[in-house]
Write a protein that binds this ligand. Structure first.
Ligand SMILES: *Cc1c(COP(=O)(O)O)cnc(C)c1O
Length: 460
């Protein structure tokens, strides 16, 4: 029931036309599409009407206008916005995973700015193949016979299963029929591919003989999935890849290996656990190895498929390959990223490896510089994480700037997020934590100015 007072309040809400006649809203409509601005005005005035029905007073025209301008600024700004990752999580999925190397950025820009020989053979002047060049570089870097690249690793797994096992059986350990994150579940992907999942072993222990016993005339492949975002501790067993390859050879079935992160460098060199490398997967005899482009490879979003030429060719010819093909900018960036590995300069050229290999002293120096400039906080030992579904539980020792005391960590974090560019920090036990490891050195000045202005504000 609306009271008379409410009816009066409802009538006092300015109409869509009235709001559109406001000079600032009119300017916005002139700059952008009139239809889009009109929709926004309608949404805001409808919202005001609902608020009145809920008992709030009707907003003035000025309030409505301000709300519209704020919403317009938030919705129609350039997006995604560059942010500074001071969380200490190197591959932060919510912040876009791997930042790319200068060479990869340049290559993507070059591919975007003009025409390119993406599918054109400059020697013959005829149509070329988008895949042949990247296939060669993937093979050169990984040691596989052939390679190809698709949109992401999720589509790589779907495509490989569809091409190799549609209508047939694929054997997977119960401990590896897992969810990777973002709704990517091995049993669901298997179903989509048309392959039949045959689970063997138990959640915690599976042996090579379990796979062997499950082989039938309908078996198309064995799939191994790297547990990249969790670890099972205690009474556990999963066979080594080489043991599965032996089972596969005995029954003449290929072993497909989803490495997830797939590193080309030995992570032990940086004081971490050993993450299985792509090269090992190939030497150990996996027929197909799959991994992401934007995890420990440190490049653009991509799914890399490499292995035996005959199988890779079969995958490349499957109709789904066209549906999950890579975009030219990402392909250019991937090619540049792989070349860094080929030159053996990944550690110095690729940002995530620069971050992972940063020395304790350089991190501490930067944290001290931030503290001195901010005039607040304390240097503390901390742990950075690799993240992004790589090396679960693995951390790297770091030095963080911890800001506590009279300030409220949540409100300081919000102020840093509202800085230009936004600085994303972490809160731990009531303290605001900033880790220099994941901040690119050229971003230090922004962190400092964000800290200075956020701490200067009363209430910080
Ligand atoms: C991350 C991951 C995927 C999905 O890779 P995207 O490139 O994110 O699509 C698949 N399998 C495993 C084991 C992973 O870790």
């Amino acid at each position: 029931m609306t009271s008379n007072g409410q009816k009066e309040q409802l009538r006092s809400i300015p109409s869509v036309d009235t709001v559109l006649r406001d000079a600032r809203v009119g300017a916005l409509a002139g700059e952008l599409s009139l239809a889009a601005v009109t929709n926004l005005v309608r949404e805001v005035t409808d919202g005001a009407r609902e608020a009145v029905l809920d008992g709030s007073p009707a907003p003035e025209l000025d309030q409505i206008t301000r709300q519209i301008l704020e919403r317009a600024e938030r919705t129609w700004r350039n997006w995604p916005e560059r942010v500074i990752n001071a969380t200490g999580v190197v591959l932060h999925t919510n912040l876009g995973r791997a930042p790319m190397s200068a060479a990869a950025i340049e290559a993507a820009g070059r591919a975007a700015a003009g025409y390119s020989d993406l599918e054109f053979d400059l020697e013959t002047g005829k149509r070329g193949s988008r895949n042949s060049r990247i296939s060669q570089v993937i093979a050169d870097v990984t040691g596989a016979q052939a390679g190809m690249a698709v949109n992401n690793n999720a589509s790589a797994v779907l495509l490989v299963l569809s091409a190799i096992a549609e209508g047939k059986e694929v054997i997977v350990s119960r401990g590896e029929a897992v969810e990777i994150g973002g709704g990517f579940r091995i049993p669901d992907v298997m179903l989509r591919s048309g392959a039949k999942l045959i689970e063997v072993g138990t959640t915690n222990r599976t042996y090579a003989r379990d796979y062997s016993a499950a082989v039938t005339g309908d078996t198309a492949a064995i799939l191994k999935v790297h547990p990249s975002n969790f670890s099972v501790q205690g009474f556990t067993h999963e066979p080594e890849l080489a043991e599965l390859v032996a089972v596969g050879r005995e029954h003449e079935i290929p072993v497909l290996n989803d490495l997830g992160s797939g590193t080309l460098l030995d992570t032990r060199r940086f004081g971490m656990e050993r993450e299985p490398t792509v090269q090992d997967s190939i030497t150990d005899g996996a027929a197909i190895t799959m991994f992401s482009g934007d995890k420990l490879l440190g490049g653009p979003q991509a799914g890399i498929i490499c292995g035996d030429r005959e199988l890779v060719d079969r995958v490349a010819k499957h109709p789904l390959a066209r549906a999950v093909r890579m975009d030219k900018m990402a392909l250019a960036a991937l090619s540049a990223t792989l070349l860094s590995y080929l030159r053996e300069s990944a550690e110095t050229e690729i940002p995530i490896w620069q971050m992972i290999s940063a020395t304790a002293e350089s991190i501490q120096d930067r944290a001290a510089k931030w503290r001195d400039a901010a005039g607040r906080g304390e240097l503390k030992p901390g742990r950075s994480t690799v993240g992004g579904g790589s090396l679960p539980g693995e951390t790297l020792p770091t030095t963080v700037l911890a800001i506590s005391g009279e300030s409220n960590a949540d409100s300081l974090a919000a102020k840093l997020r509202a800085s230009k560019p936004p600085v994303i920090a972490r809160i731990h036990e009531g303290e605001l934590i900033l880790d220099p490891r994941t901040v690119l050195p050229e971003e230090d000045k922004h962190v400092i100015s964000a800290l200075q202005s956020s701490l200067r504000d009363p209430g910080a």
